[in-house]
Design a protein around this ligand. Structure first.
Ligand code: FUB
Length: 554
């Protein structure tokens, strides 16, 4: 073997597997709440819950399937492993088979699932954590009963430490508890205790270990765009925990529920979204690589998925005007997400889900909008500059809003659509001071609410550069350096802060911070940002200021 070939072979052996199927990676049925495990046969198994189509919220969820892979590309559906009909102590009407987990000990696989005993509306006060066992990871599970002495809470997670000790975690209603499991994996050893130090816990606990530290990750209560996944770290499997931050932003699904594992030298984060169906309760499981920083903190997950291609065939030039109905080609989950299968309006691209109507001869608008829906447009930005995005929309309602994302990053925060006095009374709503990089990008129009029509989006280069870089500074920013919070105060002559945004030193957006209440003094939570040097942009009525912001941690 030549030296170059040896180097290549060594490199390929060392290189973690990064190829993966495009998200969502299960498309045959709707799945949520993925709990991933790598078992001794070397395969990666995912134990999700199963959303039943048509849904009734989460009520009808049933018939768990298991999926496995050995290359992150090809997934085997092992079929249904357990359903509500197999649970003799369960709710007579069935359904309510929510987020499960699986653990392995001494030749047996233990499948843990939340399910209520109560009939009718008694489901939420009668949750049990059921246990089924099998000698195989993905077949022949038999229900053994449920774990005695627990509260009516959901989302079991079982973590088995390196010494073989197993721990059970579960939660709900803002509480998260953990405790030791006895060797039989079906009884609690010594009681459960609250997990301390978590911030904004909602549900979906997951515990894993990395570099000798314990990580507890969970879904929060974030209402705008859906729950986020957060995490905390401890030296002990039962805490106390030190809160670290958000590692998955909203996926567009109202809920989220994740797991973190390492497979063949690469860490992965599993989660769910709703982009295949456009329906909040028909969810689909996804996976993306997860990276740790040197200090053990987790980098924000880049949620990947397939995108569409330009309609009709060229990217829309920016500056320029994009007709709302000319969203990309590629269909549901790639180019748009629409919550109803029917094409209301039935006037344009009739075999697709986006609802387009003709409002005058030859002029169309997107209508029948719903919160959570989106459309994407491939755009070609002519030059690095600051632009104004003009949304041409009409609404007979108060409090409608959209948000724009570029390549998945929020670039505007909430854009309020006022009551324009009618479905066809269009008004132009400008959003100023948006930095765009030259090149081809995917622009997403995300509907935070429904209740409006949209005709077009015009993006104009701003003629006057309003940025003030470290000169004529009128707003006070303190403390700076900061570690947890930064206060921004406006001067009297420019009282309203419209929006703030944090960029890295190369000018890439890290986060748009929503200040839609137009206050003159705001408090920014910067505890979730890694230490370093950032650019803070403050958009007020009269200026856009750029300030250097240093984040430190002791
Ligand atoms: O899937 C049903 C419930 O929704 C799960 O138990 C929660 O974690 C949330 O994802």
């Amino acid at each position: 073997m030549k030296a170059a070939s040896i180097v290549l072979v060594l490199f390929l052996c060392w290189m973690p597997i990064m190829a993966q199927t495009q998200n969502p990676f299960i498309r045959s049925i709707y799945t949520a709440d993925p709990s991933a495990h790598v078992w001794a046969d070397g395969r990666l198994y995912v134990y999700p819950s199963h959303d039943i189509d048509p849904p009734r919220g989460c009520d009808l969820m049933d018939k768990y399937h298991v999926f496995s892979t050995d290359d992150m590309v090809h997934w085997t559906d092992h079929g249904e492993i357990l359903g509500a009909a197999d649970v003799d102590w369960g709710r007579p009407e069935g359904g309510f088979m929510w987020a499960p987990d699986c653990a392995y000990k001494n030749g047996t696989y233990y499948f843990y699932f939340p399910h209520p005993t109560g009939s009718g509306d008694q489901w939420n006060s009668t949750w049990k954590i059921g246990v089924a066992t099998s000698s195989q990871p993905a077949a022949n599970f038999k229900v053994q009963g449920y774990i005695e002495g627990l509260k009516s809470m959901i989302d079991p997670c079982v973590f088995v430490d390196d010494d073989g000790q197993a721990y059970l975690y579960y939660g709900g209603g803002g509480q998260c508890e953990g405790g030791k499991l006895k060797d039989n994996m079906m009884e609690i050893d010594g009681g459960m205790k609250p997990m301390q130090g978590l911030q904004d816990f909602h549900e979906g606990t997951w515990v894993h270990k990395y570099n000798g530290k314990y990580y507890l990750s969970y879904a929060d209560n974030n209402p705008s765009g859906g729950n986020q996944l957060r995490y905390a770290v401890s030296n002990s499997p039962l805490g106390p925990w030190t809160y670290k931050g958000v590692y998955i932003k909203p996926t567009g699904s109202p809920t989220n529920h994740g797991s973190i594992i390492e497979y063949k030298g690469q860490s992965y984060a599993f989660y769910h979204n709703s982009i295949l169906s456009g329906n909040p309760w028909l969810r689909s499981i996804c996976v993306d690589p997860l990276f740790y920083n040197e200090d053990g903190t987790i980098q924000l997950i880049r949620q990947t998925r397939a995108h569409g291609t330009p309609y009709p065939e060229h990217a829309s030039p920016i500056p320029g005007t994009i007709e709302a109905e000319d969203y990309d080609l590629g269909g549901q989950g790639k180019a748009y997400s629409d919550s109803e299968v029917a094409n209301n309006g039935n006037a344009y691209r009739k075999d697709e889900g986006v609802d387009v109507e003709m409002n005058s001869p030859g002029n169309y608008n997107v209508g029948w909008t719903n919160g959570g829906e989106w459309m994407e447009y491939t755009v070609n930005v002519a030059e690095n500059s600051t632009y104004t995005i003009k949304t041409v929309a009409a609404s007979p309602n108060n409090n409608s809003s959209v948000r724009y994302k570029l390549d998945g990053n929020d670039i505007t925060g909430s854009v309020m659509i006022p009551n324009t006095g009618g479905w066809q009374n269009y008004r132009t709503i400008p959003t100023k001071g948006i930095s765009l990089d030259a090149g081809t990008h995917i622009l997403q129009l995300f509907e935070e609410t429904g209740g409006f029509n949209i005709d077009k989006i015009t993006i104009e280069k701003e003629a006057v550069i309003t940025s003030v870089f470290e000169t004529h500074i009128t707003h006070q920013v303190y403390p700076n350096p900061a570690s947890t919070e930064v206060t921004i105060e406006s001067p009297e002559q420019d009282p309203f802060i419209l929006r703030t945004a944090i960029f890295d030193m190369r000018g890439r957006v890290i986060e748009i911070l929503d200040n839609r209440t137009n206050k003159d003094r705001i408090l920014l939570d910067v505890s979730r940002f890694n230490p370093g040097c950032y650019l803070l942009k403050i958009y007020s009525e009269n200026t856009v200021q750029v300030r250097k912001l240093i984040i430190t941690r002791n």
